[in-house]
Design a protein around this ligand. Structure first.
Ligand code: B1M
Length: 210
């Protein structure tokens, strides 16, 4: 097996120390940090999702794999930010995984990639109540609120958020993403944009801020 395939396998098997050791070596040898996300973390979690769906994996395996994946993301974030040097401030985005949803790996990747492109991110975390998001938006520091949801049951929270932000006339745009949602859903709930992945989120933010 090649190194990329071996690293994927570590995540699928929930081997956090194995993946951290291999990923550290990969980065020390000058490997591309965002390549680790795209070629290792994303396909590995897709595979884990498949194994869970077909009943081969249960919650404990899902959790171990997620922890291994998050470990790589933390490592990549450190590397990207240290290689990038001083951060510029191209604008500020509030990021949150909506209430009821604890899936935050995707949101963390989007936050990291936004930061690496010079944006300031106020990351409110996961399972964030709408009231907390509104409270932060009212401070007026951020121009954009970014919401993530991975479940069909929690995506409705985005609709509530987009509607309330419009009703209260808060001076922020709302963008959404996450496996459960689409451009069509963004249009239907009156959000200002949708991005299918982290780099598209950067392009979307750039577009909305100009
Ligand atoms: Co859960 N889970 N999970 N899970 N989990 C899914 C989402 C699921 C599809 C698995 C399945 O059944 N096939 C399913 C949802 C089904 C549905 O609603 N239709 C599911 C379920 C059911 C559950 C539980 C209910 C299981 C249970 O308890 N019985 C439970 C939910 C608890 C809760 O939230 N209340 C649960 C729990 C968990 C773990 C905690 C074990 C773990 C999450 C750990 C964590 O996040 N810290 C977990 C995981 C890892 C998954 C899968 C396997 C992988 C998700 C992931 O991280 N993907 C997932 C199956 C799958 O997706 N194939 C599954 C990688 C991530 C980088 O992708 O988040 O889509 P994603 O982000 C992408 C883009 O979408 C985009 O950019 C990112 C980078 O490309 N993006 C944005 C995301 N947010 C964005 C925001 C933007 C723009 C772009 O702008 C603001």
């Amino acid at each position: 097996l090649g190194p990329i395939e071996q690293m994927r396998r570590c995540i699928v098997q929930g081997d956090k120390s194995g993946i951290l050791e291999k990923a550290s070596r990969f980065l020390a040898e000058g490997g591309d940090p965002l390549g680790l996300i795209n070629d290792v973390v994303l396909p590995a979690l897709e595979e884990v999702g498949r194994l869970y769906e077909c009943g081969e994996y249960f919650l404990p395996q899902l959790i171990s794999s997620a922890e291994a994946a998050q470990g790589v993301c933390d490592l990549v974030e450190k590397t990207v930010l240290s290689r990038g040097g001083k951060l510029k401030d191209r604008g500020c985005i509030i990021m949150a995984t909506v209430a009821g949803d604890i899936h935050d790996i995707g949101k963390n990747i989007v936050s990291m990639v936004l930061k690496s492109h010079g944006f300031r991110v106020i990351d409110l975390g996961k399972d964030v109540p709408l009231e907390r998001i509104l409270q932060e938006a009212k401070k007026g520091e951020a121009q954009i609120v970014g919401l993530s949801a991975l479940m069909t049951t929690t995506m409705r929270e985005m609709e509530r958020a987009a509607k309330t932000i419009k009703e209260e006339n808060l001076p922020v745009k709302v963008i959404i993403g996450g496996a459960a949602v689409s451009q069509g859903y963004a249009d239907a709930i009156g959000a200002d944009g949708y991005a299918p992945d982290a780099l598209s989120a950067v392009r979307l933010v750039e577009k909305l801020l100009t």
